[in-house]
Design a protein around this ligand. Structure first.
Ligand code: UDP
Ligand code: MG
Length: 309
């Protein structure tokens, strides 16, 4: 008999644990096409400060298929996903949010694709939910860069995915701690297909992402997957050098034709732009070095405080 594992990252989701469980059970017992398999519900409690863990424990007491890995503090969703990946035992694994924004019935279709032989089933958003103009623009640039780095169209991709146990095993082996799950699941290869779904409204509570944390997340992921910023820096440096040579030639011509050298303001502009450019370049290189430093220290991506099995 096949076994489906679900990985559910939870950070302050006390109001969603029970509704989530009920939604899954409704699909499972409703003859919806996954009841030929065993289930394993792996909640990952990402250092919630509310009663999330108690709610999960209460479910576990009634239903032993409910399991939990609980972090010692909040380590972020990426860490939660990878802790799940390293602890599930299913033949296939579905990763989905606790807030029911990833409609659970879609996993039936994912499971069907898996039985057809696909090893990675990507959930792709057919809409992006409600987002502001800035957010839209930002995600466009961000996914443009990542798509190029990974060599695949990642626009509208999400963390809602089904992975075969072979893929889970490969991802579990990764040693890097600065992970970007969405892109890594492309990176590993294997036989892929996609299913489309509409992002639902959050069931209860609020999103855990602030604009600041989103920007940090985006920078981290670009650094993690792309060298484009370093190439851009090099290109900008070349442009500055060429301009500098042009200005020098101009100054020499002026000197030999006996004209006065061009004005002081030009000099100030060039100096400021030049310095600005160098500073930005150093900053970008610094971010990469910081990331290297982080990886070299080799601290674990998360610390497990408790396991409920
Ligand atoms: N999450 C987590 N750790 C965090 C932030 C979020 O495990 O530090 C979980 C959260 O409980 C939810 C999922 O990741 O199940 C998606 O988070 P959220 O709904 O806040 O993000 P959004 O849907 O707004 O992108
Ligand atoms: Mg959400």
């Amino acid at each position: 008999m096949n076994k489906i594992s679900l990985i559910v990252p939870c950070y302050n989701e006390e109001a969603n644990i029970k509704p989530f469980y009920n939604a899954i059970m409704e699909i499972y017992t409703g003859g919806g096409g996954i009841n030929d398999a065993d289930l394993e519900l792996m909640f990952v409690n990402d250092g919630s400060k509310d009663n999330t863990l108690q709610k999960i424990r209460a479910l576990h007491e009634k239903d032993s298929r409910v399991k939990c890995v609980s972090f010692s503090r909040n380590f972020g969703k990426e860490a939660a996903l990878f802790a799940g990946i390293r602890n599930v035992t299913g033949d296939c694994t579905v990763l989905l949010d606790a807030d029911l924004q990833h409609p659970p019935f879609v996993l039936v279709e994912m499971y069907k694709k898996w039985k057809e032989g696909y090893e990675v089933v990507e959930g792709v958003k057919s809409n992006r939910g409600k987002e502001g103009l800035f957010h839209k623009l930002f995600t466009k640039v961000f996914y443009g860069m990542i798509s190029k780095a990974v060599g695949m169209d990642m626009k509208n991709s999400s963390d809602y995915k089904l992975l075969d146990k072979k893929v889970v095993a490969e991802l579990a082996k990764l040693k890097e701690r600065n992970t970007f799950f969405r892109a890594l699941s492309f990176w590993v290869g294997f036989k892929k297909t996609t299913v489309y779904y509409e992002v639902a409204e959050r069931a209860n509570g609020t999103s855990k992402w602030s604009t600041k944390s989103l920007i940090k997340y985006a920078i981290n992921n670009v650094i993690c997957f792309s060298y484009a910023p370093l190439h851009i820096v090099t290109a900008v440096g070349c442009v500055f050098t060429i301009i500098g040579i042009g200005v020098a030639v101009d100054a020499l011509i002026s000197f030999f034709t006996g004209k006065a050298a061009s004005g002081f303001p030009t000099l100030v502009c060039i100096t400021l732009i030049g310095f600005g450019g160098v500073m930005v370049c150093l900053g970008i290189i610094g971010v990469y070095i910081a990331q290297i430093y982080d990886e070299v220290k080799g601290r674990p991506q998360y610390i497990i405080g408790e396991k409920i099995e």
